[in-house]
Design a protein around this ligand. Sequence first.
Ligand SMILES: Cc1ncc(COP(=O)(O)O)c(C=O)c1O
Length: 424
Amino acid sequence: MPSRRSLLLGGVALGGAAALLSMRPSKLGAGGHNNYFTNLNNVLRRNGEGRPTMIIDLDALDHNIQEVSRALRGRDLRIVAKSVPSTSLIDYVSNLAGSNKLMAFHEPFLGAMGNQQSDILFGKPMPLAAAAKFYDRPALKSFDPTTQLQWLIDTPERLVQYSSLAKTKNLRMRINIELDVGLHRGGVHDPIILQQMLQIIEETPQLTFDGLMGYDPHVVKMPELIVGQQEEFQQVQQRYQSMLDVALSSRVSRRDTKNITLNAAGSPTYTLWGDVEGIANELSIGSGFVKPLDFDLPSLSNHRPALYIATPVLKSFAGTWTAGADWVGQAQSLWDPNRARTIFVYGGYWQAKPVSPEGLVSNPLFGRSSNQEMLNASDAVDVKVDDYVFYRPTQSESVMLQFGEILGIREGQIEYRWDPFAWA
Ligand SMILES: Cc1ncc(COP(=O)(O)O)c(C=O)c1O
């Protein structure tokens, strides 16, 4: 019998020898959950739906909102709607953080985002057909796109398309220009191209120039060995400033940075902007509010994970059994103490990793399943049928749309049930 300390490997499938070398102490509660997850398990056993459910820890969410509010240092916040994709969740963040600015990435979501207060900037250039679709739909009640919506444009070609749509349909459209400040995901980096685009806007009375957007997550996502983060962040600022100078010297800009939207950052880099004077007047943040796994970054070390998938255990038994070759599974569980038990959960194969009980791993021989996923665990994990296991999504944007109602939980109670956006 291996010692308990050797059993828990934090979600990494290792062979037996490596497993026995692992020293990862853990305080376990019932079933292998620590106190935090035991409490969540109890809430869901009492009031859950008996199916995979997206849950938000409201205390962690509040903490993250406070972190953001503290770090903004006078700049406006623009909430990245795709990363907290639920009208009620956005309202919650918006009320606590005091911002009505939203960043949109999907035309069908506009219906759920546009209201009397909202100020919406697209975070990616929309194909002309999507823009045209928006204007073909019945107008949104109490949302005026001529003053509350900015379309993001990345090239002169797309701007010409938008200009002819605006002329043909006699629409007033606000234009924000995407800058390439170093990410190289498109956008403008050549001042001559920017001048051309400003010229097109000047020649189209239906269009107004309303600002610039430069997104810079590569600054913290590239390995330090390849890109020096501080140097690259300096470069980002210089690239942004030089394009801003071009824009401000044009006739279409109102020559005053207060009247235009100068958007920068995202969750990975917003804290870096705290020390910068000028340039951007607003910062975009979405994922940082819920901190999915991909956002376990040093720049977000003050944020807390707030988002989990909870799913019921359907079956739980000793040993590992591999269809058609039981001896292989048995050998696996004998050799690797982290495969001493088998658990089948409701659903699976999400963009997510199991985090509680600690040490749950999928089985490459059995394979993945979206219907009933097999997980292996050590003997220390004795979750029972109808207990819940918890996953952390790697990202929030598409994963949060997949589970129906999102449960907001605080102090052992389900405080909110929030509908996610509908994709179409
Ligand atoms: C243009 C733009 N701004 C900001 C963000 C930041 O979003 P998040 O805070 O969810 O990382 C993104 C994410 O894709 C983006 O594309």
